[in-house]
Every structure is written in C-alpha cells, then in structure tokens.
Design a protein around this ligand. Structure first.
Ligand SMILES: Nc1ncnc2c1ncn2[C@@H]1O[C@H](COP(=O)(O)OP(=O)(O)O)[C@@H](O)[C@H]1O
Ligand code: SF4
Ligand SMILES: [Mg+2]
Length: 356
C-alpha cells in the first residue's frame, strides 16, 4: 500500500514529530469527600518520533494524565505543572492558542469510539469537517485525504458515505484512528485504543497503529494495562500507581529488570510470551485494590499491598531515584534481585501471610 500523504500539501505535509515534556504535573479533583489528588508530581519526556507507554491498573490516573495533556479535564479539576509541546506550555495557553494545538498538533484516540463520532453525520463528512476546520482546503481534496486515511486503517473508502451505526465496533475504532491521523498531528495520545474490541481485532488495530506511527514518524503516548503491547510498541515506559510514576525507563529494562515491586506484580498478572515447549508461569494477581485518593495512606502508596513493605515504607513516601537505566520510587530497591526471585512465587503475594 502506498500512502504517502500527498493529497494535502503545505501545512499538513511533513509536520515534524513533537517533543513532549511533562513536568511535575499535579491534578486534584473536587469530590463529595473532599479534594482527591489524582496525579501527584508526574514528569516524563517523549522524544520526537518515539512511543511512550503509560501502564497501571484501572484508577491509577492514566486517563487523567492524557486528558490534562489536551486540557480536556472537567472544571472540577485543578491542574499544576507544565506540559511542554516543543517548549510551549499547553497548560498556559489561551483558548485561541489551544484550539490551534488540539487535533492539529495533538490528536487523541480514546477507548470508546462511539463517543468520538457523531451519529447524525456520515463518517466521511466528519473526517472532512475535522480536516477543513484546520486546513484551508477544498471539500474534494479533504475527501481524497479521507479516502487515503481509510485505506491506511484497512477500511474500504466507499464506506466513508455510511453513518457510524452502520459500522461494527472494530470498524468504528478504525474510523476514529483514521480521524486522529487526519491532520497528521505530531503527537498522538492513544488511551486504551483497543480495550473495547475482541482480542483478534485488538492485535490487528494495535499493529496498524504501530505501523502508521513508524511510517509517519509521529510521537505517541500509549495508555494501556497490557504489558505485552507496551513491549512491542514503546521505547520507553512509565508504570503508574495511585497517581504517581513508580518506575520509568527504557521498556526493555523496566520489563526485564524491574526494581519496583508493583512492576513485578503487574508482570505476574499478565500472560507471558514463552518459547515453544516452555511452560507458561501461572498468573498471580496482586491482592487488594488501589488506595482511596481522597484518603491516601501515609508513606508508600503501594505499602498496603506490597509483600516487602517495612515500617519505613508505611511512614515515608519514596522519591524517584536512579536504578540501572530507570528511575524507581521504592525505599528498598537495592533488594530488587531478592524481590524479583520472591515475586515469582504466588505465596509472596498473599500479603496477610507475609512477615512485615
Ligand atoms: N471527573 C472526575 N471527577 C472526580 N474523580 C475522577 C474524575 N475522573 C477520574 N477521577 C478519579 O481519578 C482517579 C484516576 O482516574 P483515571 O485517570 O480515569 O485512571 P485510569 O485511566 O488509570 O483508570 C480515579 O480515582 C478516578 O475515580
Ligand atoms: S517502598 Fe516499600 S512498600 Fe513501597 S514498593 Fe518499595 S518495598 Fe514496597
Ligand atoms: Mg483510563
């Protein structure tokens, strides 16, 4: 397939990939039970043209991070810190600056395609409108680009004339991906883009996104709870827990030489890819749930579920420190080799039976 994006020239052509720097991002939601600190001091960089993974259980704050990058949080949220797009702070932009940046520079794919498509317009008209809202081009030119985009995501161009309800779930998600690429944004935010789909469709769509990212050399933040997808897609990864980054570094290092017990626990909870003939290790889940952010525990947020927690862990919050090629927030990361061995055993994760 030769999709070289030649239909639209000028501003949409050859946009360079974006460098994203998130610095000390904090988000607090107002809630009936008082302020809820959903994000606490999150910092990470995405190099131009690279893929960055954000991983963690549901409720860890991944979507809140993504929404704050686009300033899509509800009015009940207070945000501080910096979100620099090639050095320009999105959090400090006025409405006009923001509308120039959204979709043209940062595009978003969410897990629910239905929310991104308007049921009363054909999918083609919606893509064309989104292109023409940002680029001064004739309808026919925008339509030709929509056809290219459909081909790119593996949809027949004639289906552009159909309405969202005429599409299957997988096709709608592909259409949303096509729309996200319509303005050739330098940064793509993909928040669990395949969660709503069946496993075969998930694989197909993820490989399609990977392929397009590579070909167009865009930057991407990929949110997922699937470690296997991150290892195939992202050069760097951050593991989030209770609104904080607890471990971050090159994906290969974080997944093969984890220093944080939460990272080790997450890996146990996911089916591993093993060599032919090798036995798959049993899945082990981390008992307990994420902490109540309106009433967080003292010290390390993971301590109530961590098999290795000590009195220090329950009293002092660990800061990120360097460990190998990664940054890790654990008081006892020097004992990582011992933890890695212990973490493979199911009995280790029965926290109530562990000597603490
Ligand atoms: N609009 C909101 N108002 C209040 N709390 C919210 C809102 N959106 C998310 N939260 C809370 O913030 C925390 C992080 O949520 P979220 O960012 O959706 O996590 P994730 O995407 O990792 O599942 C959760 O405790 C969630 O309940
Ligand atoms: S700081 Fe303590 S409780 Fe937190 S992850 Fe490390 S060992 Fe576990
Ligand atoms: Mg989410």
């Amino acid at each position: 397939m030769s999709i070289e994006f030649e239909t639209l020239r000028g501003t949409l052509e050859k946009k360079p990939p974006v460098r994203l720097q998130v610095q000390d991002l904090c988000v607090t939601y107002k809630s009936a039970r008082g302020p809820m600190k959903a994000i606490s001091g999150v910092s990470f960089d995405v190099e131009p043209g690279s893929n960055f993974g954000l991983v963690g259980e549901s409720g860890c704050g991944k979507s809140t991070v993504v929404k704050s990058l686009m300033r899509l949080l509800p009015a009940s949220a207070t945000t501080s810190g910096k979100v620099l797009l090639d050095g320009n702070d999105v959090l400090a932009m006025n409405r006009q600056q923001l509308s120039r940046v959204r979709w043209a520079q940062i595009a978003l794919i969410t897990q629910s395609a239905m929310n991104s498509l308007d049921p009363v317009f054909t999918v083609g008209d919606q893509i064309v409108e989104s292109i023409r809202a940002h680029a001064d081009v004739k309808h026919a030119v925008a339509w030709a680009r929509a056809e290219e985009l459909f081909a790119m995501v593996g949809l027949p161009p004639e289906r552009l004339k159909e309405f969202p309800h005429q599409f299957s779930g997988g096709m709608r998600q592909r259409a949303v991906i096509a729309m996200a690429f319509s303005l050739n944004a330098g940064l793509l935010l993909a928040d669990e883009p395949t969660t709503a789909l069946d496993p075969i469709m998930q694989d197909q769509i993820m490989s399609r996104i990977r392929d397009i990212q590579k070909r167009l050399h865009r930057s991407m933040v990929l949110v997922t709870h699937d470690i296997a997808v991150v290892s195939e897609t992202c050069e760097r990864v951050a593991i989030m827990y209770a609104g904080r980054i607890v471990e971050t570094g090159p994906t290969h290092d974080v997944l093969n030489k984890a220093y944080h017990p939460y990272t080790m626990g997450l890996q146990n909870a996911f089916p591993k890819v093993v060599a032919k003939g090798e036995k798959k290790p049993p899945l082990i889940s981390i008992s307990g749930g994420v902490p109540d952010l309106a009433n967080p525990p003292a010290g390390c947020q993971f301590a109530p579920r961590c098999p290795f927690a000590t009195a220090q862990c329950r009293a002092e919050e660990p800061m990120l420190r360097t460990a190998g090629n990664s940054l890790v927030a654990c008081h006892h990361m020097e004992r990582a080799t011992e933890f890695r061995r212990a973490a493979l055993k199911a009995e280790t994760w029965r926290v109530e039976e562990t000597l603490q």
